[in-house]
Design a protein around this ligand. Structure first.
Ligand SMILES: Cc1cc2nc3c(=O)[nH]c(=O)nc-3n(C[C@H](O)[C@H](O)[C@H](O)COP(=O)(O)OP(=O)(O)OC[C@H]3O[C@@H](n4cnc5c(N)ncnc54)[C@H](O)[C@@H]3O)c2cc1C
Length: 482
């Protein structure tokens, strides 16, 4: 190797400078560094980033470029299939090494393996690191040596073995190459569609590494202690809202892990108790999702359990559209779907109930729901989304049994008893009282008139009968089993 040659750091879903193992490896090589982002979205096939994620990405790359400049570096942007782009850049800049952090989506894994092989065949250094997970999916196996399909033993095993090292600090300065190659302007990637929808989502978030760190610190200080009590209440900001930062790699799970343990220690909570706490259990669901995606790469489009391939789904574009736009006439579903549309995020409890309504009450295919989430979530993540949908649909690993159908009215009364979440997203129902707001079709004509609501005019009547559709879903399930 030429000791003065440049090393490329190929940034993907690791848009941060702190705790970035690929960046650290490149720095330790002693070479000048060339940070690179390639828009190679066509290589992600059907699961190229959706519209909400792309809007986030635009802002995250803007923040990353500014952070790099503060350290005497730059973000070079190119577009096209990754391998020829990397080869051309190596030729142009005489770079002899490329470093990146791993991705685990099936198409990205296959592409990365080819890239590594081709670069090494040319005599270049091509090195990948783990920057996205607490443990590699292939490091954890059952006693039989196979993958886990049940979460609790997976979590126990991980907790017994995990000792994530302390996160790496961000480098204070980054050595620049002798000359900078040309870069596309970020705007050339067309990541922001530029209509009102994206503007509304952008107003709800602050992407970028500094903002992610700030949110983590704020959550650890203000909400972590109450997490177990508040995490299921959608009207309360009781969860971390770190998911988009984690998906885009503005934050690493190691940083989250250690911040939580430090926060617990300063509150006098013993480490063993904090490791077994509710919040880290959720972070380990993320690990479980990646474990499943890695070992069962067909699951983004097909059920893990094959019997579900024959489930008698319905085809009803009108009902799908009503669900997508929050016009089903069932308040908790509509509030969640409108939260999603307005902010690019939906509370986990409501995600479960809204997904259940789609696949059980409306009996529409889970993949139709997964694709809508994919396009509208700022945290859309192939591992977590696939696992979330298959869990709700009853066809995935450790899934909720199909016959357990969430009742959206009961869920709404239980987790949003004063209707604060409902009133926020459904202002047309705001004047109904705390009892009536969960199921306006059960309110008396007088109550509706007093609240200024005519069902079907001011707010939709329910598009399905909850009881009848539940019975029909269970019959369909029996038919599939038969
Ligand atoms: C149908 C459905 C689809 C989903 N799609 C996604 C998705 O595309 N992307 C995504 O990140 N999460 C998805 N989830 C999981 C979960 O809803 C979100 O991770 C969570 O709501 C994010 O909010 P938070 O950061 O405040 O979570 P917190 O409660 O603060 O949890 C902390 C972190 O743990 C991880 N996490 C929490 N719950 C889960 C879970 N069930 N599965 C995997 N990781 C989890 C997330 O990274 C999250 O940021 C989905 C869930 C369902 C039911």
């Amino acid at each position: 190797m030429n000791s003065n040659a440049t090393a490329i750091v190929w940034l993907r879903q690791d848009l941060r400078l702190a705790d970035n193992p690929a960046l650290r490896a490149a720095l330790e090589s002693g070479a000048p560094l060339l940070p690179l982002y390639i828009d190679s979205s066509a290589e992600d096939g059907d699961w190229a980033a959706g519209a909400a994620s792309r809007g986030w990405l635009h802002q995250s790359l803007t923040a990353l470029a500014a952070d790099l400049e503060q350290r005497g570096s730059r973000l070079i942007i190119r577009r096209g299939p990754a391998l020829p782009v990397l080869q051309a850049l190596c030729r142009e800049t005489r770079a002899d090494a490329v470093y990146w952090n791993r991705r685990y989506e099936p198409l990205a894994m296959a592409r990365d393996a080819l890239v590594k092989e081709a670069l090494r065949a040319q005599g270049l250094v091509a090195e990948s690191r783990n920057g996205a997970l607490l443990a590699e999916p292939w490091q954890i196996a059952t006693q039989n040596g196979g993958p886990y399909r049940v979460y609790t033993p997976f979590r126990r095993r991980l907790l017994a073995e995990l000792a994530p090292p302390e996160p790496l600090a961000a480098p204070a300065a980054l050595p620049a190459p002798p000359a900078w190659p040309e870069s596309l302007p970020l705007a050339a990637l067309g990541l922001q569609p530029g209509h009102d929808w994206c503007a509304s989502i952008a107003a709800s978030w602050q992407p970028g590494e500094a903002a992610a760190q700030h949110r983590l610190a704020q959550f650890a200080a203000d909400s972590l202690a109450g997490y177990a009590d508040n995490r299921d209440r959608p009207a309360v900001e009781g969860t971390s809202r770190l998911s988009p930062h984690l998906h885009h790699g503005e934050l690493s799970p190691r940083q989250v892990w250690h911040a939580v343990l430090r926060g617990a220690a300063s509150a006098g909570v013993p480490s063993a108790e904090a490791r077994g706490g509710k919040f880290l259990a959720e972070l380990l669901w993320r690990e479980f999702s990646y474990h499943l995606l890695y070992h069962f790469p067909h699951t983004p489009t097909a059920p893990l359990y094959e019997s579900f391939a024959h489930f008698p789904w319905r085809d009803d574009p009108g009902a799908l559209h009503a669900w997508q736009r929050g016009r089903t006439g069932v308040p908790l579903i509509d509030a969640g779907m409108r939260e999603l549309w307005a902010t690019g995020w939906m509370h986990n409890r409501v995600r479960m109930v809204a997904a259940s309504f789609l696949v059980k009450n409306l009996r529409l295919p889970w993949l139709a729901g997964a694709r809508w989430f994919w396009d509208t979530l700022v945290d859309a993540d192939l591992a977590a989304n696939t696992q979330g949908w298959q869990w709700v649909a009853g066809c995935g690993a450790d899934a909720a049994p199909y016959y357990r159908v969430f009742n959206p009215v009961t869920q709404s009364r239980r987790f949003d008893p004063q209707g604060r979440y409902l009133r926020r997203w459904l202002p047309e129902l705001a004047r109904l009282d705390d009892r009536g707001i969960h199921a306006p079709w059960l309110a008396t004509a007088q109550e509706l008139a007093a609240a200024g609501i005519r069902l079907g005019r001011d707010y939709s009547a329910p598009i399905v009968d909850l009881q009848q559709s539940r019975t029909a879903a269970l019959a369909a399930w029996q038919q599939m089993r038969g």
